[in-house]
Design a protein around this ligand. Structure first.
Ligand code: SF4
Ligand code: SF4
Ligand code: SF4
Length: 325
């Protein structure tokens, strides 16, 4: 018995390829649904209109997380981080336009911006980590990092839509550095340091439902009228009074990439403040959907292989019956 190459390829093309195509078509890439907020989710609210730019939260974060100074001036006298980085989990930045005279105003005004981990509801950094060094706590939803499990691939760095995780660069065994919502302090019954030290309540901590209620209360305030604002944690009773700002209806983090546990309120548009415009579907829901489809598609090579074997046997049988063709 001999199997002619032409017969083999003909049979393979007609049998295996058709089956393989059918298998691939039957497993299209689909996004899975967004993940949802865990039951006891906690979070932070940053209200740019209450922020006075004192940076007590930046210094407090450094102290709480034992982070070194991050200098950006030639004299190297002060801790002056320009952005989050391996030595800085939390920064306050400034938007300024024109004469920058009026706070919380887009034209000829200025506004403050706080940047740190958003503790996404459906985080990309967790989704891409091949060794589960990045995890989302099933109750609190805090996105945590385990340096012992980390293999330094930096997929989390590349995947975060907010540019949050940062790899150390001045050590032979670099770790990924990012805010973990002061989980070590929370384990001791304390609140995150940035909320603890904030003198105006611009950064406030609490369970997500309470934070959402507070956000809605602030959105309903009439601009310019005196209102009461709490400090540190929702329900603390530690209050101060001041005129409410003209809040935007958009609360950043409510819907972006399936929502985040760090929410932002402002009177100046988030685009002006440098926050990325993001869709409501999480990136991980899409990438995991495609991966899942690809793994399902592993059926395709099996079917192709089966198709090829079947085609080869069939061609061999025809060769035996019609050896002169
Ligand atoms: S902001 Fe980035 S690092 Fe933080 S949870 Fe979301 S994806 Fe992860
Ligand atoms: S929660 Fe803790 S680690 Fe995160 S920004 Fe606030 S102080 Fe820093
Ligand atoms: S401590 Fe509060 S008021 Fe001061 S910069 Fe930070 S968020 Fe703003």
């Amino acid at each position: 018995m001999s199997l002619k190459r032409r017969s083999f390829l003909k049979g393979a093309a007609g049998g295996g390829a058709a089956l393989a195509t059918a298998a691939v078509v039957s497993a299209p890439a689909q996004a899975r649904p967004n993940k949802v907020m865990p039951p006891q989710a906690v979070g932070l609210l940053y209200d740019s209109t209450l922020c006075v730019g004192c940076k007590a939260c930046v210094a407090g974060c450094k102290e709480a997380n034992d982070l070194p100074v991050d200098v950006s001036t030639p004299d190297a006298l002060w801790d002056t981080p320009l952005d989050i980085g391996p030595k800085t989990f939390n920064v306050i930045k400034v938007y300024a336009e024109g004469t920058a005279d009026t706070k919380d105003q887009e034209k000829n005004g200025f506004a403050f911006i706080k940047k740190s981990c958003m503790h996404c509801v459906d985080p990309s950094c967790v989704s891409v980590c091949p060794v589960t060094a990045m995890t989302k706590h099933p109750q609190t939803g805090i996105v945590e990092y385990n340096a012992d499990a980390c293999i330094g691939c930096r997929y989390c760095v590349a995947s975060c839509p907010f540019g949050v995780p940062q790899s150390e660069f001045d050590t032979p065994t670099p770790k990924i550095m990012k805010c973990e919502m002061c989980k070590h302090r929370q384990a001791e019954g304390k609140i995150p340091m940035c909320a603890e030290v904030c003198p105006t309540g611009a950064t406030i901590f609490g369970p997500i439902p309470a934070l959402t209620e507070e956000i809605n209360r602030r959105k309903a305030m009439k601009a310019g009228e005196a209102n009461v604002f709490e400090r540190r944690v929702i329900g603390s009773g530690d209050t101060h009074e001041r005129p409410a700002a003209k809040y935007l209806d958009h609360v950043y983090g409510e819907k972006e990439v399936a929502g985040t546990q760090f929410r932002h309120m402002s009177a100046v548009s988030f685009t002006k403040l440098g926050y990325p415009e993001l869709r409501e579907q999480s990136y991980s829901s899409q990438s995991e959907g495609i991966q899942h489809s690809l793994y399902q598609g592993m059926i395709a090579p099996v079917v192709v292989l089966g198709g090829l074997v079947w085609a080869a046997k069939r061609a061999s049988h025809i060769e035996d019956e019609h050896p002169e063709e």
